[in-house]
Design a protein around this ligand. Structure first.
Ligand SMILES: Nc1ncnc2c1ncn2[C@@H]1O[C@H](COP(=O)(O)OP(=O)(O)OP(=O)(O)O)[C@@H](O)[C@H]1O
Ligand SMILES: Cc1ncc(COP(=O)(O)O)c(N)n1
Length: 268
């Protein structure tokens, strides 16, 4: 049995955060484990409350999992503060984990901050050097690098800057490139560039797409797949989940975590 750990925030609405990660791990036949960094009161309309968890309890959750169950791959999501980032980065180094996917969650779809502004420096200095893969969306890549992104060349320039900060592989996600009728995710491994393209699906139900995508990549890595193979499957997983949206709530609804497995019917 392969195992994955998600270190992220709880989304009471079930579409993003820890909840999206566990649903994705389960669908991809990986045993999911959690270290909760913050509890959010959230639904499809927005974020109504945020309560960070004390750093000692976060450290303790990670120790509990590491010292008994083992971690084949892990991802980070909402980390909220510099203090939490420092705690998580120290644990990643302590246990020598290498298959680490960092989803640099900053702002919820509705605009609520999920990372304190002053914590961006900690992401760059403490977390990115631990990352095997980082998966920013376009605004996050801009914030982390200072590069304004309009073109594919801009994405490559931002990716190179992230590699310089210590990341091994960068995926700049295209969900926010609304001017195009395609959603193109660009992978850069420090040498070669690969693109993963789907047609842009016209829906407002994209709550938790980034969480789901990075969790699917983590599941692939846990099973020993390459970065390229893991991203390819993750792209199919998220495309199916957006295409067959569930139409829940009256704001930005969740995606459909069952869709990929129902569609493919195969074990990967
Ligand atoms: N409308 C869409 N049609 C097709 N694919 C999409 C669409 N929106 C997002 N995606 C895909 O979903 C994945 C996540 O991309 P996105 O840029 O939305 O991440 P994100 O902003 O971090 O997500 P979130 O903040 O909602 O968790 C990518 O693979 C992207 O290509
Ligand atoms: C706990 C948590 N983690 C991550 C997100 C990002 O997802 P989105 O940008 O779709 O709101 C979120 N809303 N809540």
């Amino acid at each position: 049995m392969f195992t994955s750990l998600t270190i992220a925030g709880s989304d009471s609405g079930g579409g993003a955060g820890i909840q999206a990660d566990l649903k994705t791990f389960q669908e991809l036949d990986v045993f999911g484990m959690t270290a909760i960094t913050a509890v959010t009161a959230q639904n499809t309309l927005g974020v109504q409350g945020v309560q960070p968890i004390p750093k000692e309890i976060i450290a303790s959750q990670i120790d509990s999992v590491a010292q008994d169950l083992g971690v084949d791959a892990l991802k980070t999501g909402m980390l909220f503060s510099s203090e939490i980032i420092k705690t998580v980065a120290e644990k990643i180094r302590l246990y020598g984990w290498e298959k680490v996917v960092v989803d640099p969650v900053m702002i919820a779809k509705g605009g609520a901050p999920l990372l304190q502004q002053e914590a961006i420096t900690a992401v760059k200095e403490l977390l990115l050097p631990c990352a095997y893969i980082v998966t920013p969306n376009i605004p996050e890549a801009e914030d982390l690098t200072g590069v304004t992104i309009h073109t594919e060349e801009d994405k490559i320039a931002a990716a190179k800057e992230l590699i310089r900060l210590g990341v091994k592989n960068v995926i700049i996600k295209g969900g926010h490139g609304h001017e195009s009728n395609e959603s193109v995710d660009l992978l850069f491994d420090g040498k070669d560039t690969y693109t993963f393209t789907s047609k842009r699906i016209p829906t407002k139900n994209t709550h938790g797409t980034g969480c789901t995508f990075s969790a699917a990549i983590t599941a692939g890595l846990a099973k020993g797949l390459s970065v390229y193979e893991s991203v390819k499957i993750a792209k199919s997983f998220i495309t199916a989940a957006i295409e067959e949206d569930l139409k829940l709530g009256s704001g930005h609804g969740p995606t459909n975590h069952w869709a990929f497995k129902r569609r493919t019917g195969v074990k990967i």
